[in-house]
Design a protein around this ligand. Sequence first.
Ligand code: AMP
Ligand code: GLY
Length: 426
Amino acid sequence: MSTNVLIVGSGGREHALAWKLAQSPCIGKLYVAPGNGGTRQIAENIAIDATDIDGLVQFAEKNEIGLAVVGPDDSLALGVVDTFRARGLRIFGPTRAAAEIESSKAFAKNLMSEAGIPTATFKIFSEYDNALAHVREHGAPIVVKASELALGKGVYICKTLVQAEAALAEIMLDRVHKNAGNEVVVEEFLDGQEISIHAFCDGKTFVLLPPAQDHKPIRDGDEGKNTGGMGTIAPLSWVSADTLQTLGEQIVRPTLKTLAKRGRPFSGLLYPGLKMTTNGPKVLEFNARFGDPETQSYMRLLKTDLLDILEACVDGTLTELAIKWHSGFAACVIIASGGYPDEYKKGVPLHGVAEAERVSNVVVFHAGTSFDSELKTSGGRVLGVTAIGDTLRNALDRAYEAARLIEFEGMQYRRDIGAKAFAPAS
Ligand code: AMP
Ligand code: GLY
């Protein structure tokens, strides 16, 4: 029997999920709402916005969708899962209440305190004067965060007090993130390598994916503003199986347990972002969804049918499934529009994608692209060039060889994705 699947979202993550689901022997019709210039080649794009919950439900009912899969955080925060479930529709992702672990940094911080999960020391403020007094007392480096969802741009890593004061003014006075900045979390700056942990969750138990590493800042050497993510590698050979298991026990398990205790059982994908500090691993944030661009790397390595995994998460039968991965490594290099993460042009013609995909073991996932007679840019992060290889070096070489074949006005990408994996241990 085949299952019609609706993927909600329009990024590279959603293209990667669609690419993998399209390979399932049990897939029926595959839709992406709203999708992008890449998903249209392997699925049917539906012109419904990812935040138009009523539109999505109506579409699912009309088109006999057997499973919906949610990509973006804002759809989850709007309660897409609750609405689908209330109508008897099957959907992969956490409820709005469980997704608060991502949508409210203040909620996540308080939960971590309750569950004894290691994280940066923090204070939460809703008054500018109090926040300002605190950062002046504490000094730099310090991290200032808008508490709610801000397109991955609400986090300010402040190396100086002047930067911290400017961040507070931007969030709380200028309100550049609007209501997302009603509350501000001010926290200790953590030093160390950053890693992404992903766990499939079925409401009762969890299964970890291999560890991955994203590269958040826009420029090489982790310089410049934070972005949604400029490239990933997976797995990380310096994170052993034992360490990964310990992270599962010390972070994922207590988080799920505490959420369940608060009446918010979590099913879907839980993604803690961690810093591996000299004082041990510490949680930077929780995400209630697949990472972007981690998913682009993961889907290249996943051996098991993704549809089976997602169904098991929805059905609460994860323990019955053995999830398998290909050996070797995957890398993803994000190609972004000039100016991103600030203002950038849209509608710029794109060239070289087909040539890039001819490099062996390369798949190019689209993010901010659209197609009207030709392929054009339509977002900040435009393409995710992925490659697999027996070694990480191999995967990276292929991804960069392919990236060099892509051309569009103003394009930018980091030249040092994965470089930290080769640096001598410090
Ligand atoms: P978040 O959205 O909270 O994950 O923050 C985005 C990025 O900012 C993270 O991926 C880190 O690279 C960085 N970051 C967040 N919090 C801290 C912190 N306390 N110390 C150092 N870097 C941080
Ligand atoms: N990898 C960054 C994110 O998905 O938030």
